[in-house]
Design a protein around this ligand. Structure first.
Ligand code: SF4
Ligand code: SF4
Length: 308
């Protein structure tokens, strides 16, 4: 099985739409699994209509809690907490703010009567389901949680299991924004990184950072320029950057506000779509054809057709 990560330096570039488009195009001839590794803003499941959900809680670390029936109100925990997470309420009851608590355990260590304790928490959930293009796995991190890298790894594990059961030819991963730990977890052991860039100064900066990361990880990277017609200067900047960094620019997709809606029709083909509206899809299809060729998936497509 081949795996493709679609990433961008920030959210809102259209990478989820691009991932969904690739999955739709590939699913016409190949067995496809998708994973949403953008666990802080997971929405690939919406784009691909995931159903038959099965979710499990994803454990977080421990946080402090106070048993008000045992607490004597001595106030020691307030003084030792370095994160100002403990407060005394108007009624004299001591409480811990779970968003401020860093889980250091000092309050539980110092409390003279054992009223302050450490309790396990849930950081989010990891889910599997069935999308319109095949099996899907995704995660959702709870507010204020910072275990996104670990949750991405869990989503990858669930997706790999589903892909194996489904005998998938290709796994598409909608990557998290940025170049931090979650993205590094998302691209581990993958075959190709597709960077979705916007024709802006910050888009060029984000693309440079992704190119640096890909070079460090020795991961092949290709580029799709999205919303290409919104700025000729910006598009030219991205083109120059691709040339100077030796990055293949697979396609220039014009701004198409209804691209996500048009994706719905891809399962039946592009015949019913007008030429003007299909220009975005044509560019996406061009990018997918290049990826399919590069990863040798054209031969698998033939095998899939024979397998039925
Ligand atoms: S140190 Fe223990 S007993 Fe004292 S206020 Fe805090 S929780 Fe209550
Ligand atoms: S666990 Fe640490 S951060 Fe959390 S309330 Fe206790 S002392 Fe403060």
């Amino acid at each position: 099985m081949k795996s493709v990560v679609v990433a961008s330096g920030k959210g809102g570039t259209g990478k989820t739409t691009m991932t969904a488009a690739f999955a739709h195009l590939a699913a016409r001839r190949l067995r496809v699994t998708v994973a949403d590794a953008d666990v802080e803003a997971s929405n690939l499941s919406l784009a691909l209509h995931v159903r038959d959900l099965s979710c499990e809680a994803f454990p977080g670390g421990s946080k402090g809690a106070i048993d008000v029936d045992v607490c004597t109100g001595c106030g020691l925990c307030v003084r030792v907490c370095r994160f100002d997470a403990i407060t005394r309420g108007p009624s004299g009851v001591y409480r811990i703010d779970p968003f401020a608590c860093e889980g250091c355990g000092r309050c539980a260590f110092e409390c003279p009567v054992g009223a302050a304790v450490m309790t396990p928490t849930t950081a989010g959930e990891a889910c599997t389901g069935q999308s319109v293009t095949g099996p899907a796995a995704f995660g959702q991190l709870g507010p204020g949680e910072d275990l996104s890298g670990k949750l991405v790894t869990e989503v990858r594990r669930l997706a790999a299991d589903a892909a194996e059961r489904h005998h998938s030819d290709v796994l598409f991963i909608d990557g998290p924004p940025g170049i931090g730990c979650p993205l590094i977890a998302a691209v581990a052991s993958t075959d190709l990184l597709v960077a979705v860039a916007e024709p802006t100064v910050s888009g060029a900066h984000d693309l440079e950072r992704l190119a640096d990361l890909a070079a460090r990880l020795r991961l092949p990277m290709r580029v799709v320029l999205n919303k290409a017609d919104l700025s000729e200067d910006g598009a030219a900047r991205i083109r120059r950057l691709c040339v100077s960094r030796g990055l293949a620019l697979l396609a220039e997709v014009p701004f198409e506000p209804t691209l996500a809606v048009l994706l719905e029709t891809l399962a039946e083909g592009t015949e019913g779509i007008s030429v003007e509206r299909a220009s975005g899809l044509t560019e996406v299809a061009k990018a997918w054809a290049a990826i399919e060729r590069e990863l040798g998936l054209g031969e698998r497509a033939q095998e899939s057709l024979i397998r039925g």
